[in-house]
Design a binder for this molecule. Structure first.
Ligand SMILES: [Fe+2]
Ligand SMILES: [Fe+2]
Length: 190
């Protein structure tokens, strides 16, 4: 599939707002890719398709995961929405014909993060938080940081801290992968 065909197929499958969010993430990811020397096409495709499994309603996600042999862990049992990242990482191949491992991994990791994230993983995680349709307290602070900082690790660490603070405020579960992501950044930053 060409990138244009991917975009048309995605538009057909997603609700209007979800599609607009996806295009916002794709465009934001390209800007960040330019700034940080990451492959712009990969950034665009990963951003565009990161939420492709959101074509399913939340209560269908567990069944869709099981159908694909995706392990449903303790946290995912209680927060099935998290499964959309792992299902999206499969659907990019199933539906959109993407077999690039870096794109697949960035999509897989976009919600909870992971230890040892690649620049592409970081860009997609962050673009998802700041794309122009996003509106929440603190988003402008992150957008400003993205413009001012030349340090992708500083940007992603701030973003992960914000995510963890948000989850704590809601008294919700913190995924261990998010803690791994944060610890790895702290241990490996100079
Ligand atoms: Fe997502
Ligand atoms: Fe998203």
């Amino acid at each position: 599939m060409t990138v244009d065909e991917m975009r048309r197929e995605l538009q057909r499958r997603l609700k209007k707002e979800r599609f607009a969010h996806s295009v916002g993430v794709a465009n934001t990811a390209v800007k960040l890719a330019k700034k940080f020397g990451v492959d712009e096409t990969k950034a665009y495709v990963a951003g565009l398709l990161h939420d492709c499994a959101r074509e399913f309603e939340n209560d269908a996600l567990t069944a869709e995961a099981i159908k694909r042999g995706i392990e449903v862990g303790e946290i995912e049992k209680s927060v099935p929405l998290l499964l959309h990242s792992y299902i999206s990482a499969r659907m990019v191949t199933e539906i959109y014909g993407v077999d690039d491992k870096e794109i697949i991994q960035a999509i897989y990791r976009h919600t909870v993060g992971a230890k040892n994230m690649t620049p592409l993983d970081k860009i997609i995680y962050f673009a998802d938080m700041i794309e122009p349709n996003r509106n929440y307290p603190g988003v402008d602070k992150l957008r400003t940081l993205a413009e001012k900082s030349n340090d992708l690790d500083e940007i992603i660490l701030t973003a992960i801290n914000e995510s963890i603070l948000f989850v704590i405020q809601k008294n919700a579960l913190i995924h261990p992968a998010t803690i791994d992501a944060r610890n790895f950044l702290l241990v490996n930053s100079e």
